[in-house]
Design a protein. Structure first.
Ligand code: DAH
Length: 379
């Protein structure tokens, strides 16, 4: 037996460090795969998953570098130990160095192996992350579609544009003048009560009818004029299945020399034929509106039963749609058009009502609740 070495204490310390190294290296042990047993691509992919993915692996790699520096770096205890060996006798120094080198090689090998495997795995994770499986079905963006009121409004617009009408925008906030006075509805006229609307404190009101646009159009364009004005109107109505405080109308106005009731009837009849089919029959009933004289309401033969009577037309065979008439001379005059030279007709109808009829809605409030389960049906 050889006598206890001169460097026994240092050797013990070296073994102690090695032991601590082994203990701490445990967490990296799964990555310490020797070069000979290279992992297959599948094994690598599996390992990426079981170890927690690319981000975890990057952190692990940083920890391994930190571990290596702590145990084997320039400022490590191990490096101190190597320096201390310089003071040994030449023979002992040679032996001790040999011992240290062998232990160090063992530790370094393990770290290098783990580093290499970790690098491979990080690469695998990156490739996986960037891979696109072109055989997977695409993710379709949810496609929207037009609201049923817009669909019907655009259809009405198309028909009138093809008849030579312009489309007017108008405004939703109005003065009493445009909403009432200019339409031959003076203060205290009973028609004001039936079209009660919402007022601001400074004399404005939300328009209760699109007829207001007749006045703006004549003031701006003069005569002759042919226009329709689709848009929102407002009334102080309590919502119920057939009423909303906000709804949509379309106004029509045609002013020229020699315009008669025949033009009105022909235009409305043609519009309804294009809207609901060739066989549609139109009917006019005498009525009263302050801004027209004479006035008429118009109905059309039920698009569902063709006039035989059904649920939609309440067994009458007819569907009431709107009001119309020859523009009152007072209205023409008030808007700067000479009633001696020009005459015209006007009409107005509710779009929501039309949508409700066409799609058989029991409750037109559904149109404004923005429930996609309802709206989706109109795609
Ligand atoms: N403005 C009327 C309403 O809201 C509808 C109307 C009737 C419009 C006759 C017209 C018309 O242009 O001539 O009830």
């Amino acid at each position: 037996m050889s006598p206890p070495a001169e460097y026994e204490k240092e050797k013990q310390l070296a073994l102690f460090i090695q032991e601590a190294f082994e203990r701490e290296f445990e967490r990296f042990a799964p990555f310490a795969v020797s070069r000979e047993v290279r992992l297959s691509p599948n094994q690598r992919a599996d390992m990426v998953v079981t170890t927690g993915g690319g981000d975890v692996l990057v952190i692990e790699f940083k920890k391994l570098t930190e571990f290596r520096n702590r145990f084997l770096g320039r400022k490590s205890q191990w490096s101190e130990l190597k320096k201390a060996a310089r003071n040994l006798s030449p023979e002992a120094k040679a032996n001790f160095y040999q011992f240290l080198t062998a232990v160090e090689a063992g530790m370094t090998d393990k770290v290098v192996e783990a580093e290499r495997t970790l690098k491979e795995l990080i690469e695998t994770a990156d490739v996986k992350r960037e891979a696109i499986d072109v055989t997977l079905p695409g993710r379709r963006p949810r496609r929207g579609h037009l609201h049923p009121i817009t669909v019907v409004r655009e259809k009405i617009e198309d028909i009138f544009v093809s008849l030579g009408y312009a489309i007017e925008d108008g405004r939703e906030i109005e003065t009493d003048f445009y909403n009432f006075d200019a339409l031959n509805i003076p203060e205290n006229h009973p028609a004001r009560a039936s079209q009660d609307t919402f007022y601001t404190s400074d004399g404005y009101a939300l328009r209760s009818q699109t007829s207001t646009v007749q006045i703006h159009a004549m003031q701006r364009r003069g005569a002759p004029v042919r226009m329709i004005a689709p848009g929102r109107v407002f009334r102080r109505d309590t919502p119920d299945p057939t009423h909303n405080p906000m709804f949509f109308q379309v106004e029509g106005l045609c002013v020229d020399r020699g315009i008669s009731m025949a033009h009105l009837k022909g235009t409305v009849a043609e519009f309804l034929r294009r809207m609901f089919g060739e066989q549609t029959v139109t009917r006019f009933r005498p009525s009263y509106f302050p801004f027209t004289e004479p006035s008429a309401e118009f109905d059309f033969s039920c698009f569902k039963c063709g006039g035989a009577g059904c649920r939609i037309c309440k067994n009458s065979g007819w569907i009431e749609l709107g009001g119309s008439g020859m523009v009152h001379p007072n209205v023409l005059r008030g808007a700067g058009v000479d009633p001696e030279e020009f005459s015209g007709f006007a009409f107005g109808l509710g779009i929501d009502r039309m949508v409700g009829l066409m799609y058989g809605l029991d409750d037109i409030r559904l149109l404004f609740e923005n429930d996609v389960r309802f709206l989706e049906q109109f795609d």
